[in-house]
Design a protein around this ligand. Structure first.
Ligand code: ZN
Length: 250
């Protein structure tokens, strides 16, 4: 079984909080999302968790109390890798130049990656692609900022990303040109917010989820390029129950 197995689990977040043990999981057959909770004790939250992501975002509450989203992505990321589950782009280690501010707390960008089709849904709509920007604050708490993509005009930065992506699995490649992360964020920063989990094992909870309302576009060709890297053309976890959680919007 090709390299695919080797990449499993070692990838996740590049954060010290993650276990490094290699446990094989995926999106199909015996290792698909409905089996994740049984694959390892470390993955139990995937089964027993009550605040899991993704969700269908609906019945939201408008809040006057939450702040406008402050996104500060200024530097170009460092490298890109296909880790067996997704294409992941890493920032420079210990680089604190790129961050978002949530409740007056800075969350620093660690990596971003893609899912097709989208994992979260907005009023039942599933998008062709979802981008996850993964952040951690100084206490090690995580926040994910999600951006949806519809099919349409190509995105210039996605073209640059795909260009530098190594055809080999688990082989990181340093970028040959500057990537402007701001072009992967819509102009309008209106958002939904809820408490959730990692959408991949170990499905750790207590993560702040921010989903931007305004989608971007990518071309059908750009989507095909991403899909062609995946083992079965998709890498999305199914919708999880809300279990009484409240979704707020600004
Ligand atoms: Zn993700």
């Amino acid at each position: 079984m090709r390299n695919f197995l080797l990449g499993c689990f070692a990838f996740a977040l590049n954060l010290p909080v993650m276990a490094s043990e290699s446990i094989h999981w995926g999106y199909d057959e015996q290792i698909s999302p409905e089996h994740w909770g049984h694959l390892s004790d470390q993955f139990k939250s995937c089964d027993t968790g009550k605040n899991q992501t993704p969700i269908n975002i609906q019945n939201t509450y408008k809040s006057q109390a939450i702040h406008q989203l402050n996104i500060q992505y200024k530097t170009s990321p460092n490298d890109i890798i296909f880790n067996g589950h997704t294409v992941q782009i890493n920032t420079k280690t210990n680089d604190h130049h790129d961050y978002i501010v949530i409740d007056h707390d800075q969350f620093f960008l660690k990596q971003f990656h893609f899912h097709t089709p989208s994992e979260n849904q907005i009023y039942g709509k599933q998008y062709p692609l979802e981008l996850h920007f993964v952040h951690a604050n100084k206490k090690g708490e995580l926040a994910v900022l999600a951006v949806m993509f519809n099919l349409g005009k190509p995105n210039s930065e996605l073209s640059k990303l795909w260009k530098d992506l190594s055809p080999e699995e688990n082989k990181e490649k340093t970028f040959s040109q500057r990537i402007n992360i701001e072009k992967l964020i819509p102009r309008n920063h209106g958002y939904y917010r809820f408490s959730g989990s990692l959408t991949t094992p170990p499905c750790t909870e207590g993560i702040v989820w921010i989903v931007l309302k305004q989608p971007l576009t990518l071309s059908p060709q750009q989507l095909t390029t991403f899909k062609s890297r995946l083992l079965h053309q998709h890498n999305q976890r199914p919708i999880q129950p809300l279990n009484g959680r409240i979704i707020i919007e600004d």
